[in-house]
Design a protein around this ligand. Structure first.
Ligand code: 7TS
Length: 422
């Protein structure tokens, strides 16, 4: 049984009965505004989700009462800030079920997390003639760093292809794996077409060759419960700003034995044990990989966002999002001239579409006039656009605070787009 099927089977009845979306919406002050005279309909959650009041409040408490640098002061405020920052790391550890908190490295976001692994692990382990495997549906953040690495080392980038529904072809993946493969880097969930990849299978296959796997979890962490020990992934990177926390927060999880062997991504303060002009020795994990003053307020905010998610019931939120996706898919499919891009059997609440004879940017602009925020463009996944032979798509991405009425508003606005352009 698939992950989403499992969640739906156990949670759907409860989600329908108990998910009080109006109550949940009260937690998000940004949603209470009008845009162009219309109530805001925020459907750009895959780019950045909104922040609940308790996360905002936690940030205010930090700035009003605790602001100070961490790890280096014996004074009261520094100790408070350090406790809050390291407390956030403990929350992350529990949230993803890492073995130890030191396996959770704080970074500015997914992009930095992937670059940290490319730099610290990839540059050490990939040589001439070696191969790196990614997939056809990656965000540029999980393409470009590996391309840079391959260029530098004379290695080869191999790409797992996908079918017309936007599902990876696992047989082709198995055929790509060989003794030259040094790392596999694949998205848990595609940001452009919403596909949920069978990440556990992908990891298991790579491990048969002793190859580590980095999961780009920027979308996965938002829409699925993640247990890094159960997945047995070697690295898992995600951004706070897509999971109801402030920008500048993020995590790259790595198995301790791999992180230990990695070169530091940046050199500077807080990552050293001793420094002389002749030689520097490095601190242990996680500090070795966190040079300089980090985004203290943002990471504390990430801890508060995790508290929030734990409080609302993760599984029910996911089940509700699946209901919304189903409803939106049915309604958009019924509009003549609309084509949905990405029709995988396993999808998260990301809905990419095009309207015949209308450029997605025009869709985005008209929807904005109606107060609706969607993203129009290539979604930092140009190869996906090339694969589906479209220049761009419009993308509605739903969070658990969106409603069926908002889907109806979206549908009416798309009908208006078609009217204007017909
Ligand atoms: N990987 C995936 C799957 C993503 O969705 C994103 C951001 C990133 C990596 C990069 O994350 P960052 O926080 O470091 O920027 N995705 C999007 C998006 O879909 N629209 O805007 C940003």
């Amino acid at each position: 049984m698939s992950v989403t099927e499992k969640i739906l089977e156990t949670e759907r009845p409860k989600a329908e009965l108990e998910w009080n979306v109006e109550r949940i919406r009260e937690d998000f002050p940004v949603l209470r505004q009008t845009v162009n005279g219309k109530p805001l309909v925020y459907l750009d959650n895959a780019a950045s989700s909104q922040v609940p009041q308790i996360v905002i409040d936690r940030g205010s408490v930090y700035l009003e009462q605790e602001h100070s640098n961490i790890h280096r002061g014996v004074h009261y405020l520094s100790q408070k800030a350090t406790t809050a920052y390291e407390g956030a790391r403990e929350k992350v550890k529990r949230f993803i079920n890492a073995r130890e908190a030191r396996e959770c490295i704080f970074v500015r976001g997914t992009t930095e997390g992937i670059n940290l692994v490319m730099y610290g692990y990839g540059r050490k382990s990939v040589g001439e003639g070696d191969e790196v495997i990614i997939s056809a549906m990656e965000h540029h953040a999980n393409i470009v760093p590996w391309q840079m690495l391959c260029e530098e080392k004379g290695a080869r980038l191999r790409v797992i292809p996908m079918n017309d529904a936007g599902e990876l072809l696992l047989d082709e993946y198995d055929a790509l794996l060989n003794e030259r493969t040094k790392i596999v880097a694949v998205a848990h969930i595609s940001n452009s077409i919403g596909t949920i990849n069978p990440i556990k299978e992908i990891i298991d296959s790579a491990h048969k060759y002793g190859v580590p796997v980095l999961v780009d979890g920027a979308q996965g962490i938002v829409h699925l419960p993640v247990d890094v020990q159960d997945l047995d992934c070697d690295f898992y990177a995600f951004s706070g700003h897509k999971m109801f926390a402030p920008t500048g927060s993020g995590v790259v999880y790595g198995k301790a034995e791999l992180l230990e062997k990695m070169n530091p991504f940046q050199g500077g303060g807080d990552m050293i044990r001793t420094v002389t002009f002749e030689k520097t020795t490095y601190a242990g994990l996680p500090n070795k990989l966190e040079a300089g003053t980090p985004a203290i307020a943002s990471q504390i905010g990430l801890g508060a966002a995790i508290d929030y998610l734990n409080g609302i019931g993760r599984e029910r939120a996911v089940a509700y999002e699946q209901e919304l996706l189903l409803y939106a898919t049915e309604r958009l499919s019924a509009i003549e001239g609309v084509r949905i891009i990405g029709t995988a059997r396993e999808k998260a609440s990301v809905l990419s579409f095009i309207v015949e004879n209308v450029h997605p940017h025009d869709i985005g602009t008209i929807l904005d006039q109606e107060g609706i925020a969607v993203r129009a463009g290539h979604h930092c996944a140009q190869p996906v656009m090339q694969r589906f032979k479209v220049p761009a798509t419009a993308r509605a991405s739903f969070a658990f605070y969106n409603t069926k009425q908002e889907v109806d508003t979206l549908v009416r606005a798309i009908e208006k787009v078609i009217e204007v352009f017909s």
